[in-house]
Design a binder for this molecule. Sequence first.
Ligand SMILES: C[S@@+](CC[C@H](N)C(=O)[O-])C[C@H]1O[C@@H](n2cnc3c(N)ncnc32)[C@H](O)[C@@H]1O
Length: 265
Amino acid sequence: MPALRLPHALSVLILAVTSLSIAAQTLPPRLDVPYVPTPEAVVLRMLQIAEVGPEDYVIDLGSGDGRIPIAAVRDFRAREALGIDLNPQRIAEAEQNAEMAGLTDRVRFVEGDLFEQDISSASVLTMYLLPRVNLRLRPVILERMAPGTRVVSHAFTMDDWEADHSEMVQGSYIYLWIVPARVDGQWEVQNGQGERFTVQLRQRFQMIDGSVQDGPYSAPLAGRLNGAQLTLDMGGERYVGRVDGDRIEGLGGEGAVGGWSARRL
Ligand SMILES: C[S@@+](CC[C@H](N)C(=O)[O-])C[C@H]1O[C@@H](n2cnc3c(N)ncnc32)[C@H](O)[C@@H]1O
């Protein structure tokens, strides 16, 4: 009889809605990258090529079971390490692993989207993500991270931002980039004799080209950044300096011009 079937249909509907909402609550959050752990030998080499040491604050984006932040503190004596992962199950595993290693005072894990966290204070950034995720991260890294920050990626590149170093470990590629200082624009250089001339620097990631203008004469220049250290070859001479915002202090050194400085115009 229909009158008897209605309560049954209603309870089926209520059951379906309830189970759907429970399933939605327990579903893993939308991940940009599936979980695949980095082999331990690759973790070791990633942290070695980043030259992690006691001064470093290491952040692993998409930290999985926490193996990279834990190894950074345990094996490389990093000052502090943070892992960020969107999947609560991974965070729980990572926290348990940090606890087992007795490192909970220096290794932390945050459940969240890696694109929504402030990563600007890391001195070393590690990742095993995907090419399109690396590419989305690239402007954040270049604009917000301090010059000299080391960025290490397992397996994937940053498209046309050429790595400063790459190598293969047990069949896996590792890439290292050093975040370059921002030098694009016009600078006035003063040499050791007090003479001044203007240089125009064009920057593409760590690669520099441009021109040097001395009175009516103009000549091309080429250069490269290693973090905040700028090397320029111009007028047959090599200039090496340290960039600090709108100033560059000449460093001199073997075969390089000494006693120079520059200011941004
Ligand atoms: C390939 S695994 C790498 C795990 C670990 N870094 C390693 O190398 O062993 C990628 C990790 O990123 C996490 N993930 C995916 N999308 C994310 C997002 N938008 N924000 C934070 N974590 C994310 C996944 O849950 C997974 O644990």
